[in-house]
Design a protein around this ligand. Structure first.
Ligand code: SF4
Ligand code: SF4
Length: 467
């Protein structure tokens, strides 16, 4: 028979298990000021997620990361693989924004906008509607019979449908939504589309339905390293032990002068989605959801004591008894100024480059089969292929000129009509006198300019071979 974990052994040692069996958490629902903020953010992020793929722009899906075409459409902008620098800038800006928010206000993102929190909230809301509040859920889990089976089956069915809808929505960002619906209707979904709908949907169901706080406690890498961004002036959710202790139930006739303000009702533990007791101090399991603030304020209202026994505060504010005004004054500190400056700089530079982005890219490929040839008139010709990427969603006519070598010119047609948001190949012949430049490679420049807009032009370097 196996012995329980952490049990004493016959030789006097203790058996310690690194794995702890999960105790199911029945978080009690709570309404309040911070809960309203969370609901607002859940609605905002989910409306954004579920509605965005249905928006149209220029007769196409407004936001589409078209992997097959290798183009990202974001409203009026079209990004090509060559624009990967903007993706890098977006990631850096997001990372710095997260650093800044964490340094100022701790786990604000975790508590209000993290997808794990948001989906868990939605799943808990569905659970609450179907199974009832905390006590009803505990009773149901202890019970058995047809009623339990029916209620549980209903909940899981709704969870599964919602998860599949979430997976479907994710794929809508990568495959045009009309095409995807058509594929579903005609039973013609591709294997990757099926995989991602079920993969993302399956993980939504698993993470938000079953694993919940375990994802935050054991899997989230951000939870692990964010403590390095904390300092004594970072806002955290904290219990005021000086005011609350010694805790105790306020029985009639008890000597209240010997009791702190905490009435030891345990409500803050019951509402906690990670099942911890905020009165034990700052713990890594705390996701900063502020449910314990909302419930404790309600308890304080009931017992006629001031709110804020559990509140947003900072380590130094607790130690030095700082006022709200003094806490706010500590927000401006070197680390915050540095994060803000970097964030403004990168955002500003990215916005400037984006605004001045030329919607034209050109790749020049030399014709390898004919390095250099002599024309009937004795001039030397080199053949190039220009791959013109018109990143605007309207067609353009481009004029190609060449310079850098005395007497060099384009032989034959030097204008090309390029398709909208597409790639157009154009062969050009560069002709130069036989005595121009030196034998071998000579640097030249192509200039490609839109005939309807002087601002759209690029210069590209190439080399002209003289035999
Ligand atoms: S909710 Fe407030 S009063 Fe009740 S146990 Fe928690 S800290 Fe104490
Ligand atoms: S301790 Fe409070 S803020 Fe932290 S996770 Fe629990 S309820 Fe949320």
């Amino acid at each position: 028979m196996s012995q329980p974990a952490n049990s004493p052994q016959p030789d006097g040692t203790a058996k310690v298990s690194f794995y702890e069996k999960r105790k199911k958490i029945y978080a009690k629902g709570v309404r309040g000021y911070f809960d309203n903020w969370r609901i607002a953010l859940v609605i905002f992020t989910q409306v954004l997620f579920y509605v965005s793929p249905w928006l149209t722009w220029n007769g196409r899906q407004a936001i589409l990361l078209h992997l097959v075409e290798r183009k990202f459409y974001i409203f009026g902008m079209v990004f090509w693989p060559q624009d990967v620098i903007y993706l890098a800038a977006l990631l850096i800006v997001s990372a710095y924004a997260l650093f800044l928010v964490t340094a100022v206000a701790g786990r604000l993102f975790c508590g209000y906008a993290c997808p794990q929190t948001v989906y868990t909230q939605i799943f808990m809301w569905i659970e609450n509607k179907i199974e009832g509040d905390r006590n009803a859920r505990i009773k149901l889990d202890k019970g058995s019979g047809a009623h339990k089976l029916r209620v549980k089956a209903t909940k899981h069915l709704i969870w599964l449908l919602f998860s599949l809808w979430t997976g479907f929505t994710l794929v809508c960002y990568f495959t045009p939504v009309t095409e995807l619906i058509n594929n579903v209707m005609t039973n013609n979904l591709g294997s990757w589309e099926i995989f991602w709908i079920f993969f993302y949907g399956g993980f939504t169901y698993l993470f938000a339905g079953f694993m919940r706080e375990q994802v935050c406690k054991y899997m989230c890498p951000y939870a692990r390293f964010q403590s390095v961004m904390f300092d004594p002036d970072t806002l955290i959710i904290t219990y005021d032990p000086e005011r609350g202790e010694p805790r105790g139930v306020r029985k009639k006739g008890a000597d209240l002068s010997k009791l702190g303000d905490c009435v030891d009702c345990g409500q803050c533990v019951q509402v906690c989605p990670t099942g911890i007791d905020i009165r034990n101090g700052l713990q890594y399991e705390c996701i900063g959801c502020a449910a314990c603030i909302d419930i404790c304020d309600q308890v304080m209202d009931k017992v006629g004591l001031p709110r804020g026994l559990v509140r947003y505060s900072t380590e130094s504010a607790m130690a030095k008894h700082l006022t709200k005004k003094e806490i706010l004054a500590h927000v401006v500190r070197p680390r915050i100024l540095l994060y803000t400056a970097i964030l403004i700089l990168i955002t500003g530079l990215s916005a400037w480059f984006l605004a001045h982005r030329i919607p034209l890219k050109v790749d020049i490929i030399r014709d390898r089969s004919t390095l250099a040839r002599e024309a009937d008139d004795g001039r030397i010709e080199n053949v190039f292929m220009l791959q013109i990427m018109n990143t605007e969603e309207r067609p353009h006519r481009y004029k190609v000129t060449v310079d850098g070598l005395p007497g060099a010119e384009i032989a034959g047609n030097n204008e090309v009509d390029a398709v909208a948001a597409g790639l157009t190949s154009f062969n050009v012949i560069v002709s130069a006198p036989p005595d121009a430049g030196k034998t071998g490679s000579n640097p030249i420049h192509f200039e490609i300019e839109a005939t309807d807009n002087d601002d759209i032009k690029v210069r590209e370097k190439a080399s002209f071979l003289q035999p």
